[in-house]
Design a protein around this ligand. Structure first.
Ligand code: B12
Length: 218
């Protein structure tokens, strides 16, 4: 089992899509949890990021990595029981205003959908008002903001301030991701920050489970 998982990280790092998909199929047949397989693939994408930073990979390679990730999600979703779908209120996602980075957001929304969450993805360079409108439209409890450039931190802060002005802040939990940390969380006023997309679904579940309005309807 461990050998297969190690091979999966390597295949993803080499961007060998055929090998990745074959290993995932094999892993599923062996009864390895899709979560474990997705975690290995994420570790592989981290390697791709490192190789890019060292100048050994190009931008097209990063995009290729996110395409492979999408294919894997489609594969593991094929046989999945989707009874959990729409069980929870829609989670709003978007890359904040001024920022157009969306590779990580797309991977994260893919994982969330895999976990049965209904996602409203507003795209990139999203003005603060659009998040407010989406929360109202979907009666959402969770807003997930992506940002990788420094300017994004102010956009995140503005988005959270606008939620507050609209009277929605108390009932919404804001999670930020991308190139963020605890200082950014404090600066922006977000509730949580995370950079590991495989942890977001669990975090959202626990947030919603402690929300009395939702817990009562479960
Ligand atoms: C790819 C890339 C681009 C691509 C983006 C393509 C796309 N469609 O996204 C292109 C070439 C377009 C680009 C443009 C620019 N980029 Co750029 N880019 C990158 C690069 C190399 C990789 C980012 C990436 O995709 N990583 C891989 C993904 C998987 O990681 P991730 O996004 O962090 O996502 C993970 C987690 O954060 C998490 N996650 C993501 N979203 C969320 C949301 C939530 C709620 C949660 C919980 C988790 C989560 O899930 C993912 C997996 O775990 C980074 C360098 C780097 N090492 O990060 C620079 C980088 C982010 N870019 C940078 C810059 C400066 C720019 C430009 C301004 C360049 C320019 N001069 O034009 C423009 C910005 C344009 C704009 N207005 O946004 C800087 C930012 C520096 C800064 N502090 O401001 C970086 C850090 C490069 C550098 N070292 O200088 N870029």
């Amino acid at each position: 089992m461990l050998k297969l998982q190690k091979m999966l990280v390597g295949a993803m790092a080499r961007l060998d899509d055929t090998m990745v998909l074959n290993l995932v199929k094999q892993g599923l047949r062996m009864g390895i949890s899709p979560y474990v397989l997705l975690e290995e693939i994420r570790a592989g994408t981290d390697r791709v990021g490192e190789l890019y930073s060292r100048g050994e990979y190009f931008l097209s390679d990063l995009i290729m990595a996110s395409e492979i990730f999408k294919d894997v999600l489609a594969l593991v979703n094929q046989d999945r029981d989707v009874r959990t779908k729409a069980f929870y209120p829609t989670v709003i996602f978007g890359t904040v205003e001024e920022d157009i980075h969306d590779i990580g957001k797309n991977i994260t929304t893919g994982i969330m959908r895999y976990n049965g969450f209904d996602i409203c993805d507003l795209g990139v360079n999203v003005p603060a008002q659009n998040f407010v409108d989406a929360v109202n439209l979907h009666n959402s409890r969770i807003v997930c903001l992506t940002g990788l450039i420094t300017e994004a931190f102010d956009s995140m802060k503005n988005t959270i301030m606008l939620l507050e002005e609209a009277g929605l802040r108390e009932r919404t939990t804001v999670i930020i991701g991308g190139l963020v940390n605890e200082s950014v969380r404090k600066y922006t006023g977000a509730d949580y920050w995370a950079t590991d997309c495989t942890k977001v679904a669990e975090l959202c579940r626990s947030i919603l489970a402690t929300d009395n309005r939702i817990a009562q309807s479960l």
